[in-house]
Design a protein around this ligand. Sequence first.
Ligand SMILES: Cc1cc2nc3c(=O)[nH]c(=O)nc-3n(C[C@H](O)[C@H](O)[C@H](O)COP(=O)(O)OP(=O)(O)OC[C@H]3O[C@@H](n4cnc5c(N)ncnc54)[C@H](O)[C@@H]3O)c2cc1C
Length: 553
Amino acid sequence: MKLPFIIIIDDDPQVLRAIQRDVRSKFREEYKVLAADSAVEALEAIKELKLKKETVALFISDQRMPQMDGTTFLEGAKEFFPEAKKVLLTAYSDTEAAIKAINTLKLDYYLLKPWNPPEEKLYPIILDLLEDWQNNFIPQFQGIKVIGYQWSPLSHRIKDFLTGNLIPYKWLDVELNDEAKELVNTHKIESAELPCVLFEDDVLLKCPEEIDVAKKIGLKSNASNDLYDVVIIGAGPAGLAAAVYGGSEGLKTLMIEKKAPGGQAGTSSRIENYLGFPSGLSGADLTRRALTQASRFGVEFLSPCQVVNINTKDNYKILSLSNGPEIKTQTIIISTGVDYNTLDAKGMSELTGAGVYYGSTTAEAHSCKGKDVFIVGGGNSAGQAAMYLSGFAKNVFIVIRRDSLNSTMSRYLIDQIDKSKNISLITDSVVVEVIGKNSLECITLENIQTHVRKTSESGALFIFIGAKPTTDWIQLDILKDPKGYIETGRELFKHKNFKKIWKLERDPLLLETCIPGIFSAGDVRAGAMNRVASAVGEGAMAIKLVHEYMAGL
Ligand SMILES: Cc1cc2nc3c(=O)[nH]c(=O)nc-3n(C[C@H](O)[C@H](O)[C@H](O)COP(=O)(O)OP(=O)(O)OC[C@H]3O[C@@H](n4cnc5c(N)ncnc54)[C@H](O)[C@@H]3O)c2cc1C
């Protein structure tokens, strides 16, 4: 197998020798290291590598070079290997240029010279970047293939399920792709049997449900213990943080997720404000890291598996699942987050999944290539989606009811949108109709001031309009606010029937619901902050409170 390249550029021969030596000594078994003292010559060499179908995993470039500075070099190199990670070698005085490059060039890291000792200041950074590159890099495709019609809602569900569960796959549109046509012939697949999922071992699933695919790829849907210390319901940031802390603190921990880990954050193409990641990170990356961390600490994870009810029996809690037997636990953390509100417009039920999508952009972004697409919503999630889709679509239109984004979106995103040439804002407007025979073709917008309607061609519509708490599955008498968010801690006292339900002498703990030992964390909790960091914080706090509760049993 061909080894991928790490390319290093520095015009100072001493620095070049030093970094080449350090990188080579650690990474030479898995990567070829190519060093050059001229950015211009290096760009020529990179062009050659591209022609020879080689791969580059990482560029490390000095910033101050006479013919071409590092950011310009990386910009040029990115043209040939857009997936490669980019690191700038800087002196302290260049940090401003490096920070600028994080925004303009999507620089992955800037490394301050000198980097001694490399074991501390160089290797962990490079290892992390290369691991990230490996996870997203798909060489000649050998893995799962999904064959189907682009506009079939079931095709969308399968793609969304695989994307959400971080399983790489190749999408083959049966109407456009020769490989798809060939596979359909070889496997004698009828149109009505599409979509199909073809696995590496040649097993073919026709029109599968998510659960069938999950079983085949080895996701777990049955718990292995009779009793847990804590069961976490929902694997968004709050649930994942609770899992990591629960596992690391020795609690017998089970996490259950109905769809895909990562929750709302998992659908984000780029989270830019999460502490410690100055270049931002994708929701998929955050999820992958958190899941790895949780499983390292022995946390069990069931997915896809929906908790359909919870009950109490003596001091135990009993969970009923959509599939599989009941589960018994001492404590529960409900971190089921929120779901998008549905858009009320003519034609929605027919076209959802066939050009009209709630929340998900990553699974369908490629199908937007060269088309005009619309996004409904003015929050950060809509802004991130617009930025992401602008890399694929011809034009992206953001439709909002208000007259500006100022009160609903973060400044950094508004600035990015303002600078994007192919994103436009349509204010004071709502979608009244989506039109299409088999898939979305046009949408009709109405200006709420003038009531003038306009129909435009549209390749896709992505909806990000507000959210409602995912609590309708709870039949147990857990106190909620009028909107359905779970009340916890001192906020419970304002409910007049709280005293009737709560029979302990102590007050409820900070994130405890009105049922002792059942906690709630993240967006599903009344008063939550709707941020990744706050959900993570609450997940971690909930475990501390689980310990406190168990100590008092
Ligand atoms: C596109 C997008 C971009 C965003 N970008 C940012 C950002 O840049 N910065 C930021 O700070 N915040 C951002 N947010 C907000 C942030 O993602 C949320 O605040 C955060 O995800 C909340 O985490 P959570 O764990 O509480 O809930 P969620 O993320 O909503 O996760 C809840 C999980 O519970 C599961 N679940 C629900 N019911 C059940 C059940 N009965 N059984 C089993 N599982 C169940 C769901 O499937 C889901 O996976 C963004 C949100 C979106 C949608």
